[in-house]
Design a protein around this ligand. Structure first.
Ligand code: ZN
Length: 475
């Protein structure tokens, strides 16, 4: 096979989160290079196991694309060394280790294939996952939780992402050690961990792989969540949303929570844009440490990527809210697309947790008459905020906490995001600051009663946007 590098960009801004993404590998393979007897797919993983093409190695050697994330560089390097010694079949893309409230967690990202359409073996990903978890837990006794995912380069046009996870597993040390002592085959072991995901892309890319039959003959773990195909799912809901709705109805009333009830000393903490595979577990540890609950506004397509985390949030007793499926600015969406955004996100979270969501936070707090109409039909309550921490601007945890706590009073709604470690540290400071002021952090539902959530006409909401409400910059 002959390979040709077409682009190598060491740093991009993620189109959805705005977070810096430090790796992207764009590699294409000459289509005329298929040899007789080989799978005529670009870059079969098996074709370069143990000997990556020189061009790819050069691409990966770009100095600005370190494997370690830099949160805890020494610990991250230590795990990278252990992974290298474990002889993984996949390439190591990123390792992150971080700590909050004395709990240390890690993230390992591997690359399953050079291209979005490349093939990979089911058994390779599973064996790598077990080997990598084992190596990392062994080398770092303080590590309590690991998220591991395998990705392929993403389809920017369809998914707006520079990588697309095809497999992920979340593992707590105690569970992993108990299961790995039982000599279970990799697939069964991962299945029992309970948070394994095989993406639709994974299944379709495995189609031409000799392992496909084995994969089909050997059913996936029952605990594995097979996500609906993201694009198909969205298109299906867009179709459903249009059915019988060719005539636009008169704008109706929408239920809105701008600030919570003030007769109790409660404040709601809301965390948008997740779930992030490292930041969310750390935030859950912080919330658990103080025994407080929060509301997580999740993005539908990310929830599909990290089903285990969505379940973890729900099982810990926190509230989940709708933050649309693709995180697009709702004021720019026609009615049908706004409906599809809402329904798709609700469908994913409902399938994962069995729970219905009650709140919608439009990305950036921005809306239009059409999107309010879609929200009114959905029965969701719009949740705005009183305190925007601006935590996505990469400011210090103290600055984030100061903005959250400035002029704070009962019924306030604090807006945070799960994009960076500074938000985790700020969350700790915010909770401590609230408790010092004799204010109790709660989830949104707890402050919406006593008339706090109000019916407003679409026109009144538009006037509110014009006169006072300042949507945030979309991140
Ligand atoms: Zn958002």
């Amino acid at each position: 096979m002959r390979s040709r590098i077409i682009a190598s960009k060491p740093s991009l801004l993620h189109p959805v989160t705005g977070a810096a993404v430090l790796f992207v590998i764009c590699l294409t393979v000459s289509s005329a290079a298929a040899e007789p007897g080989l799978v005529a797919r670009p870059s079969h993983l098996g074709a370069h196991l143990g000997s990556p093409p020189d061009e790819l190695l050069q691409c990966l050697a770009v100095p600005d694309t370190p494997i370690h994330k830099g949160y805890m560089p020494l610990q991250e390097t230590c795990i990278i060394q252990a992974l290298k010694q474990a002889g993984l079949r996949q390439r190591i893309l990123k390792v992150a280790v971080a700590e909050a409230v004395g709990v240390r967690m890690g993230l390992i990202k591997l690359q399953a294939s050079d291209t979005a359409s490349g093939c990979f073996r089911v058994s390779d990903l599973e064996a790598d996952a077990v080997a990598a978890l084992s190596a990392a837990f062994d080398v770092m006794p303080e590590l309590e939780h690991l998220d591991l995912w395998s990705v392929v380069p993403g389809d920017m046009a369809s998914y707006g992402q520079i990588h697309q996870p095809v497999f992920s597993v979340a593992a707590a040390r105690a569970d992993f050690e108990r299961l790995s002592s039982t000599d279970l085959p990799a697939r069964q072991l991962l299945g029992k961990l309970g948070a394994v995901r095989y993406a639709p892309l994974f299944l379709s890319n495995a189609a031409d792989d000799p392992m496909r039959l084995a994969c089909l003959d050997n059913p996936f773990p029952r605990t594995a969540y097979r996500a609906p195909n993201a694009a198909d799912n969205w298109a299906r809901f867009a179709g459903l949303a249009q059915e019988g709705n060719t005539e636009t109805e008169e704008p109706s009333c929408v239920r809105v929570l701008r600030r919570g009830r003030t007769d109790q000393r409660n404040v709601a903490i809301t965390i948008d844009d997740g779930p992030h595979p490292l930041i969310i577990p750390l935030m859950l540890a912080v919330l658990d440490h103080y025994d407080v609950k929060a509301t997580f506004f999740v993005v539908g397509h990310k929830a599909e990527q990290y089903p285990g985390l969505v379940r973890e949030i729900a099982q810990a007793g926190h509230e989940l809210g709708n933050h649309t499926y693709w995180h697009r600015r709702m004021s720019e969406l026609p009615l049908e697309e706004a409906r599809a955004e809402l329904r798709s996100c609700s469908a994913v979270v409902g399938a994962l947790t069995g729970q219905q969501m009650y709140f919608i936070r439009p990305p950036g707090g921005d809306y239009s008459e059409a999107s309010l109409q879609a929200i009114a039909e959905s029965g969701l309550t719009v949740a705005l905020w009183t305190h925007n921490t601006g935590d996505w601007r990469k400011v210090s945890p103290r600055q984030i906490a100061d903005r959250a706590l400035a002029g704070i009073e009962p019924g306030a709604i604090i807006l945070m995001h799960d994009g960076d470690l500074s938000s985790v540290r700020a969350l700790k400071l915010i909770i401590e600051g609230l408790l010092e002021r004799n204010l109790q952090p709660v989830c949104l539902s707890e402050i919406a009663g006593n008339g706090a959530a109000r019916e407003m006409s679409v026109q009144a909401m538009m006037n509110y946007l014009d006169s006072g409400w300042q949507p945030a910059e979309l991140r």
